[in-house]
Design a protein around this ligand. Structure first.
Ligand SMILES: Cc1cc2nc3c(=O)[nH]c(=O)nc-3n(C[C@H](O)[C@H](O)[C@H](O)COP(=O)(O)O)c2cc1C
Length: 233
């Protein structure tokens, strides 16, 4: 009887030792796995850093995308003119900005204090480039290109019918080639409104200026929802 009791105690102690040993082994194995996986990610990071290379391109500004804006004005005789401007964009709420050197357009701006800005499209690519390589001081660009003019009802500036979307602006300021304009009206060719009255961006095929390659590119596909997709992270 005494022998049986002693044996049971010994067996329980032995079992206890086994469980402790097993638990310890698990802890050691877990730490080992953690160590190995952190070692692997360290090696991966070192490898990524070794193959990742950046090249400095210098201080010549590269910027993408740039708009292809058609800046249209009237001259002293009420004749319409238009130039291509890529160095422009949004200045503030309902204000636009364009950086300009001296052109016929700038003389017109000083005189009339008004202009329209339209967005070039795939359809108008060739004439839009023409408006940027020839001055209205040398040629009647409107006549040569064959575009059609409608006077803006809101500002003293022409609307070129071939461009679907136009901002009609007054000059807020024009100093040292920096033009700031107030948008007083936005108008659109009705063909470019969808069945819900919204601007049909795809149909317009607006182009951007690719200053890396001196080319024009059509704006691409819709790839996500702004002010929304970021919350999915
Ligand atoms: C793609 C492109 C972008 C241009 N961007 C600008 C610009 O942002 N500012 C500017 O002063 N001239 C710019 N130009 C040059 C004028 O469009 C060009 O000098 C034009 O002949 C001026 O026309 P105008 O004399 O009839 O006003 C650009 C020309 C091209 C082709």
């Amino acid at each position: 009887m005494i022998i049986l009791k002693v044996n049971t105690i010994m067996l329980m102690e032995l079992k206890g030792t086994n469980i402790t040993w097993f638990a310890n082994s698990l802890i050691i194995l877990k730490s080992f796995i953690q160590f190995v996986s952190s070692l692997i990610s360290d090696i991966k990071e070192i490898h990524r850093r070794n193959i990742y290379m950046r090249k400095d391109l210098g201080d010549k500004m590269q910027f993408m995308p740039l708009p292809v804006l058609m800046l249209a004005t009237y001259d002293q005789d009420g004749k319409a003119n238009v130039m291509n401007a890529a160095w422009g964009g949004v200045y503030d709420y309902n204000q636009v900005y364009v950086s300009l050197s001296k052109h016929k357009t700038t003389d017109n701006l000083e005189l009339k204090k008004a202009f329209t800005l339209s967005f070039a499209t795939k359809k108008t690519e060739k004439i839009s480039d023409y408006f940027g390589v020839v001055s209205g001081n040398k040629e009647d660009k409107i006549a040569k290109s064959g575009v059609h003019i409608t006077p803006s009802k809101h500002v003293d500036a022409p609307i070129i019918e071939e461009y679907p979307l136009t901002l009609e602006c007054t000059v807020e300021s024009f100093e040292d080639g920096n033009l700031i304009g107030n948008v007083v009206n936005v108008s659109i060719d009705e063909d470019y409104l969808d069945e819900n009255g919204k601007i049909d961006v795809d149909k317009m095929e607006i182009i951007a200026f690719d200053m890396f390659n001196n080319t024009y590119r059509v704006l691409g596909e819709n790839v996500g929802k702004a002010f929304k997709d970021g919350f999915d992270l």
